[in-house]
Design a protein around this ligand. Sequence first.
Ligand SMILES: C[S@@+](CC[C@H](N)C(=O)[O-])C[C@H]1O[C@@H](n2cnc3c(N)ncnc32)[C@H](O)[C@@H]1O
Length: 283
Amino acid sequence: MSDQTIDAARRVRDVAETYYDSSDADNFYRTIWGGEDIHVGIYKGPEESIFDASRRTVETMAELLGGLSERTSVLDLGAGYGGSARFLTTSFGCPVACLNVSEIQNDYNRRLNREHGLDSKIDVVHGTFEDVPVPDGSVEVVWSQDAFLHSGDREKVMAEIDRVLKPGGRLVFTDPMQADDCPPGVLQPVYDRIHLDSLGSFAFYRARAGVHGWTEGQSTPMPEQLRNHYDRVRRELLSRYDEMCEVSSKDYVDRMLGGLKNWVNAADQGYLNWGILVFNKPA
Ligand SMILES: C[S@@+](CC[C@H](N)C(=O)[O-])C[C@H]1O[C@@H](n2cnc3c(N)ncnc32)[C@H](O)[C@@H]1O
């Protein structure tokens, strides 16, 4: 890979770190999602709470994966506030390592783990998923939610996952993606807001799985849930506009509203996808 490509990937990572470490973003995500999850929810109805729908995503991923127990070591890449780690540890006894580039989020994650008496089961590590600080072949399950969109080098992320998984290990993740048949150029408004020039896609991740020799499990595309979610977050933000302008800057809140509208518009035109992907590394 050229030096220019490495620099560009590093810049993308730095943008994500600066963004998630900002008090505007931290206060927004903690308040709107309720301090546990920061990912697309699976909604049963348009008025369901963001917290409940987001929790359902975690539960559905665990169900699709199956076979989780206290013997299953899990590595959560881009772990946010660690809501999924606490769920996996509490529900199945899994030991979980949370890797995340945002130290602000990591500190809050560690605090919540201590408060729940889970700090001996959940390790929170600062780092990036392009360069995972974990030995080869040491992890049973790699888990990730709505984080790989922030990478400037998703091929490297997939290669890192292949490296750290044990033979027979499994990968489960969600990601806001572009549709496989998305025309070029139409997602520019979405890219601009998250400072990226591409999103992954089911086709991209399946091709990378092919490169690494993984087989596919029960992957489940749910593009409608991405639309439901961004629309639900936008309506929540509008209904709590004054309260949110007290905890995050008005400029941030206004830009967030514009960004959410871009996601909803692109989803309405069929340009986006989201869902759960499951892959198995051969034993
Ligand atoms: C939308 S949030 C999702 C957080 C968490 N997975 C969840 O579902 O609640 C995206 C997360 O990816 C993390 N992230 C972004 N770029 C990263 C990178 N290069 N390496 C590790 N974490 C990263 C952010 O800090 C943030 O926690």
